[in-house]
Design a binder for this molecule. Structure first.
Ligand SMILES: CC(C)(COP(=O)(O)OP(=O)(O)OC[C@H]1O[C@@H](n2cnc3c(N)ncnc32)[C@H](O)[C@@H]1OP(=O)(O)O)[C@@H](O)C(=O)NCCC(=O)NCCS
Length: 177
């Protein structure tokens, strides 16, 4: 078990099999799944277990927990060029409390320090203004638009892409709130 990442209110920890029911219920919410690229709809415990068992090489995923309760997930997939694509979701009951921003900020710091990535990328569908806000608050800059596949909606949709370079002094770096 790797060391959990702690923030002011949250603990980001490894996922395990016992998280499947929470993942299926929270990520299986249409309003969560439809805004992500890879969460199918409907989502089930079996699909959640399969996803955990088949993460790709180098892929990093952590449960976002609040007082011991799983409320979402964050992670990254290496792009293969020294950069990584980050992603996040928070269960609907906990939206609007700054948890995505807090968890994603910790993920970004982890990517630039422990992960050693020189650049991070992130995309959101055009109709996801909450995610746009989170990304911009983290300091990402727009890098263009494209269209991206959405498993839940089984179609491609226009998406906005962003990137963030590693700060020069990443080892000493402190992200401010
Ligand atoms: C996007 C998501 C992660 C945000 O989670 P959250 O914990 O509510 O996010 P935060 O509270 O940290 O911040 C949300 C910000 O978006 C803003 N916001 C929320 N809804 C908005 C909307 N419809 N339009 C514009 N801004 C919006 C909030 O005001 C807040 O900004 P502020 O801190 O400046 O007030 C969550 O809604 C989610 O999981 N959605 C489904 C999955 C998803 O979209 N994942 C990201 C894929 S790119």
């Amino acid at each position: 078990m790797s060391k959990p990442i702690k923030t002011r209110r949250l603990v980001l920890r490894e996922l395990d099999d016992s998280d499947a029911p929470d993942l299926a219920r929270l990520a299986g919410d249409w309003d969560v799944a439809r805004m992500t690229a890879r969460i199918p709809y409907p989502y089930s415990e079996a699909l959640a277990r399969e996803w955990m068992a088949t993460l790709s090489e180098g892929e990093f995923v952590r449960a976002v927990t609040l007082d011991g309760t799983l409320i979402g997930a964050v992670g990254y997939v290496p792009n293969g060029d020294g950069s990584a694509e980050i992603g996040y979701w928070i269960g609907r009951p906990w939206w609007g409390h700054g948890y995505a921003s807090e968890a994603a900020r910790a993920l970004v710091r982890h990517c630039f320090t422990t992960g050693g990535f020189k650049r991070l990328t992130c995309c959101h569908f055009d109709d996801n203004q909450a995610s746009a806000r989170v990304i911009r608050k983290l300091g990402f800059r727009p890098s263009g638009s494209n269209s991206a596949w959405c498993d839940a909606r089984q179609a491609e949709f226009p998406a906005q892409c962003y990137e963030l370079d590693r700060p020069i002094a990443a080892a000493l770096w402190r992200l401010t709130a």
